[in-house]
Write a protein that binds this ligand. Structure first.
Ligand SMILES: [Zn+2]
Length: 120
């Protein structure tokens, strides 16, 4: 499954980030998923629960945010929501020179680790 590989990548990145910060337990991982992505949140959560057992990320909460994809026409600057399947041309002027923002499949926005810094 696609989601399994994605989840492995998320877990690896999160653990590496935690290790660079004193290997503190990870409490939450904030993920942004592009609206054009086929990734299913529930599948990621399912694999994450399995894979994270015994790691620094065990019990970490996954927080998903869907990022809308917006296409911008380079010729007339018209903006429109990009939904799958992606329109190949600008609905306003017909230009094919489109730029899609937020089309990345997913990325990790931030990672929260346990705060050991209670004494200041
Ligand atoms: Zn246009």
């Amino acid at each position: 499954m696609h989601e399994l590989a994605v989840t492995e990548g998320i877990l690896k990145t999160a653990i590496e980030a935690s290790q660079k910060n004193g290997a503190r337990p990870i409490t939450a991982i904030h993920l942004v998923i592009g609206e054009l992505s086929s990734i299913v949140d529930d599948s990621i959560q399912f694999y994450f629960d399995l894979l994270s057992k015994g790691t620094l990320a065990e019990n970490a909460a996954l927080r998903f945010r869907r990022e809308p994809s917006v296409a911008i026409c380079r010729d007339c600057a018209h903006q429109f929501n990009a939904t799958a399947p992606l329109e190949p041309q600008c609905p306003q002027c017909g230009s094919a020179r489109l730029q899609v923002k937020g089309s990345r499949e997913f990325f990790i926005e931030s990672i929260e680790v346990e705060d050991e810094n209670t004494r200041r």
